[in-house]
Design a protein around this ligand. Sequence first.
Ligand code: PLP
Length: 428
Amino acid sequence: MKHIAPDPPGIVRNDVAAIQELYAKHVVPSYARFDLALSHGAGSYVYDVSGKRYLDLGGGIAVCCLGHANPEITEALITQSRKLVHVSNLYYNEPQGRLAKAIVTALAPGKVFFCNSGAEADEGLYKLARKFGHDEGRFEIITAFNSFHGRTLAGISATGQEKVKKGFEPMVQGFRHVPFNDLDAVREAISPATIAVLIEGIQGEGGVTAATPEYLLGLRKLCDERKMLLLMDAVQCGHFRTGRFQSFQRILEGVAGGESFLPDGLSMAKSLGGGFPMSAFWVREKYQDLLGPGTHGTTFGGTPLACAVAAKVMDVIQRDKLADNARAVGEFIKSELQRLAGKFPNVITAVRGLGLLIGFEIASNIPAFAAGDRAASIQFVNRLHEAGALGIPAGNTVIRILPPLNLSRREAEEGIQIIASLVSKLAA
Ligand code: PLP
């Protein structure tokens, strides 16, 4: 590949304190950030401003699916940005049509709407459901406890976690939460106003919990019987991360009746743009024209630039069989973590996940963390940083591994070594 981007700077002479001061003065303090200021990346590694290298096992929270500074993404960005960056959705642009075709081909017949973030893609699903039920006066959507659907007002209303709602009440009406993987709970929660069920195939922020095959098949049947839409939020668990394009395809592999399973709508974001911010929702063929002209829109959705990049990301994933890589490398990481859990049960208490969406649960009473005032997951990730790796906390006790889909076996071994050495120290 020809060299198209300058080498990243070796060491950038900004110190962390100076950057933190800029944030303290000028950035809304809505995030509790780690004490790390990152400067550049290459492949599965990122570098902080002092030049320290980290193996990125978090992938920007499941976003950087081809790693950092990927030359093919850079080339796609440069080529398209020289041609056309934005025109609005008043006009047609070829990359948007081409990307929609690629998504429909990978998933199933239907149509795609492009937008900009996971929360916005989910918002489209809520509107799809409301439009579907409008004439019958049905509008209510059932979601799961421990789910996560973004930080907009409808997003926090849909999310089944109290902590995101606190301080922002009243919520948008029309969402009810039930325990995940509990079909009877959904059945009991259905009211005359219910129009849809929305779940993640694998709950990510909630701590990496996969839907069971019985739950998925049962929800499909229930939604058909009650004339409700089955909606899936694939923002985190989708885009080949589990070893298949969508997590439900992986969960239902080899399960009788699983081959014909499809949701009615599905949201995607994160890995879709490989780091370029964009999102989409897919609507099944039967309902694909529900959102007709004038019913929905967004200025930046589906720009030629975003779509050219996302189409390249999809091409590379399919060409390089990165779903298979995610499955194989993910299996290796998971089995190594399970081995560690067996050896150090007082530190790692459970390992869950599929492909390269893995979560391991740590004990809440690790003695080395007793003096710290942060959650065990945060303290664990801080130690990972010291040891040269990034990981993503979920809740108080889960660490997520969501690396690039092209993580090599050697890089996975390096990551396991870093985690193993930390776990053995914490067990001592
Ligand atoms: N849905 C799921 C399952 C997510 O994991 C997230 C973000 O983590 C979102 C929705 C919201 O996406 P965004 O932050 O891009 O709005």
